[in-house]
Write a protein that binds this ligand. Structure first.
Ligand code: ATP
Ligand code: MG
Length: 424
């Protein structure tokens, strides 16, 4: 019996890895341009970290974490998201004291959810966090950065920015009371999840997908009416930067986000091109988290991009540039006992032409079968080294994708020949 992978945990196959590399490289370039630096931290952390950071009554902590006791009996969890570990690492390494930090990270996250399109149990995020900046300009910077990224990846036409403000913790607490008082009157009409959330996490009821619940919410008190002047101003200033930069957005008063740690700004970039799982990127401000995890109070704002969904969207829109492939450019054919000279020639070519991809035939075989493999490799040319070529210090260059006669080229001028014929 073959052993299968875990449901919801996918392999990334070679035919698809070029697009991942393209997206990751584009992101890394863009983040560097905004002066964000990469941070790496473990995939495994103490379960308490996520309980405290994400919140005990969130879906993630209540039912989605992969947790286990290690050999010492310590309770550990695979990270379901990156912010908690990032903040933990920053506090532990003294990165936040009297400093600002603009950071990013990438890697796998783990959540035991029901696997479906755009929802996996191991998925990948690129996360971005900025510390020590109270905003609202830094909040806006993150939105400009992502807007630019979508333009760069050619998917901006399919994404809509939704933003909202959750206000301060105090403002939210007052609102929470008003919301609970209102919904209590309709308790029996709420769906089961929402009934439970009424006492644990009532704000989450706002983003219930249940149409009846949504109907009830039409006349519910609005969070916006509970915001104080400062919160309102913070939000308006972000909107002003976006207006100025020509980034369009929709204010969505029902947007509350699933995690406990947000305050003030929350946002999502959503698409209608992927069906139900349409949020590609989500984030917001979380000014209280650093202190909650034992650091000195420190402003923070961040976002996470779901890479599987982002790449699905690129595929869906046909936005992957033609240059994104892993095809080799040249295939080196060596007939007879010439293989070690072929290896040497390939090494010389790689030194002289570092951007060109060369596959060397290894393992012998007839001329005909090697040419077949050269063709199958997708290479533009086969470079052939046989006994005759060896004794005359030449090679044959066979064009595999053009109607063009084979040419004999001196080994001494091969680099020049390839440079003029295959600009890369
Ligand atoms: P959703 O509402 O789709 O469940 P979320 O609010 O749980 O998302 P976040 O925790 O904010 O998501 O994570 C940020 C991004 O990571 C999401 O917008 C999405 O693109 C991606 N993401 C989250 N969970 C998954 C998953 N199980 N599989 C694939 N991608 C995911
Ligand atoms: Mg979720």
């Amino acid at each position: 019996m073959k052993i299968q992978s875990i449901r919801g945990m996918n392999d990334l196959l070679p035919e698809h890895s070029a697009i991942w590399q393209y997206v990751e490289a584009t992101l890394a370039r863009m983040l560097a341009a905004y002066s964000y630096k990469e941070i790496r931290f473990p995939i495994l952390e103490k379960t308490d970290l996520f309980k405290r950071a994400v919140g005990e009554v969130t879906d993630i902590v209540e039912k989605e974490m992969y947790s286990f006791d290690d050999r010492n009996g310590d309770r550990l969890s695979l990270r379901p998201e990156g912010t908690a570990g990032c903040v933990r690492a920053c506090i532990q390494n003294g990165l936040l004291h009297n400093q600002t930090q603009r950071l990013w990270y990438t890697g796998p996250m783990f959540r035991h959810e029901r696997p479906q399109k755009g929802r996996l149990r191991q998925f990948h995020q690129i996360g971005v966090e900025a510390f020590g900046l109270a905003g609202p300009d830094i909040d806006a910077e993150l939105l400009l950065l992502t807007a630019r990224l979508w333009r760069e990846l050619n998917i901006d036409q399919a994404l809509e920015l939704q933003i909202n403000s959750l206000g301060t913790a105090e403002e939210r607490a007052t609102y929470r009371q008003a919301l609970v008082a209102y919904l209590d009157g309709y308790k029996n009409d709420l769906d089961e999840d929402s009934q439970r959330r009424l006492s644990t996490n009532p704000l989450r009821i706002l983003d219930s997908k249940n149409p009846d619940t949504q109907l009830l919410l039409k006349n519910a008190p609005a969070l916006n009416d509970f915001l104080g002047a400062e919160s309102k101003q913070h939000f308006e200033q972000i909107c002003a930067v976006l207006d100025n930069a020509g980034v369009s957005y929709v204010i969505n008063p029902k947007l509350v986000r699933g995690l406990d740690y947000y305050s003030q700004t929350v946002f999502e970039w959503v698409t209608t091109s992927l069906g139900a799982q349409g949020t590609i990127c989500a984030g917001g401000r979380y000014d209280s988290l650093v202190e909650l995890l034992g650091g000195k109070p420190c402003s923070a704002v961040g976002l996470a991009i779901g890479l599987e969904r982002l790449i699905m969207l690129l595929d869906e829109l046909g936005a992957v540039p033609d240059s994104v492939d892993q095809q080799v450019d040249m295939y080196l054919v060596a007939v007879g006992d010439e293989s070690y000279q072929a290896m040497q020639l390939a090494e010389q070519l790689r030194t002289a032409l570092p951007a060109i991809r060369i596959e060397t035939h290894c393992g012998g075989g007839s001329f005909k079968s090697q040419i077949k493999k050269a063709d199958k490799s997708g290479a533009a040319v086969a470079i052939i080294l046989g006994e005759d070529e060896l004794s005359s210090n030449t090679v044959q260059v066979k064009f595999l994708r053009q109607e063009r006669p084979q040419e004999t080229v001196d080994q001494a001028s091969l680099v020049e020949f390839l440079t003029t014929n295959f600009e890369k």
